[in-house]
Design a protein. Structure first.
Length: 234
């Protein structure tokens, strides 16, 4: 009986004070709105006209040099891959959703550029595809998965230093469809865990536009070069 009285009092106060119970949060409403508006367009580039080009900015952060095989030149790295682009279909007005300026969406629910490591030694690549994409209210999408990659390196004469290229580019879109740009002139080393017998001496980043024998179109790639040297303990 006491519980019933308390419930009736609470309901009376709610009615008198204008209190309301929101069945859905602002973020739930936002995600639902974005997914509904994006249905059927996950395979289509986020462009208004077919002649428009999507600019994709790309970069990597080296986390660890796992191993280098001096005999084969095969090297394994752990990296973060950063890429961002704008999808106008994922824009909203923050005032309509309690001031929310960003949210997270699953990759399977949005369009993502088909950027691959061209010279990977392993198929499929070991990439954390469960990472959510961060979407801002202006349509800017950020995707930053971690990956364990393996590539073939070029050895110096004495096989104590190796130059390891990582060539990233769209697998199917030519430069008129996707324009890749590098986020930095160097590979980010701020998160590097120094371990094992190999040390990074320097890195470089180069943007290339290539015409392959198979196709009339040109394709863009960003090639990151990581130079490593065998560490000799004194």
């Amino acid at each position: 009986m006491n519980r019933l009285i308390l419930l009736m009092v609470w309901l009376g106060l709610s009615t008198c004070t204008g209190m309301q119970w929101d069945a859905t949060s602002a973020e739930e409403r936002l995600v639902d709105s974005l997914l509904r508006s994006n249905v059927g367009f996950k395979l289509a580039r986020p462009v208004t006209k077919k002649s428009d080009t999507v600019e994709v900015k790309h970069g990597i952060s080296l986390l660890q040099v796992v191993s280098v095989n001096p005999d084969t030149g095969d090297a394994k790295f752990v990296i973060w891959i950063f890429s961002n682009w704008t999808d106008n279909r994922l824009q909203w007005h923050p005032d309509d959703f309690d001031g929310l300026t960003s949210t997270r969406l699953r990759l399977r629910d949005i369009w993502i550029p088909d950027v691959k490591l061209y010279n990977s030694n392993e198929y499929p690549e070991k990439q954390d595809n469960d990472v959510l994409a961060v979407v801002n209210h202006n349509g800017r999408v950020l995707y930053a998965p971690r990956a364990v990659i393996s590539v073939r390196c070029t050895a110096s004469e004495h096989k104590n230093t190796f130059s390891c290229p990582l060539k990233y580019g769209s697998w199917t879109y030519d430069d008129s469809k996707i324009n890749m740009q590098s986020l930095s002139d160097n590979v980010d080393l701020s998160n590097l865990l120094v371990s094992g017998d190999w040390r990074v001496t320097d890195t470089s980043v180069q943007r290339n536009v290539v015409k392959y024998d198979c196709c009339e179109e040109k394709y863009v790639d960003i090639t990151y070069t990581i130079n490593v040297k065998h560490w000799v303990y004194n």
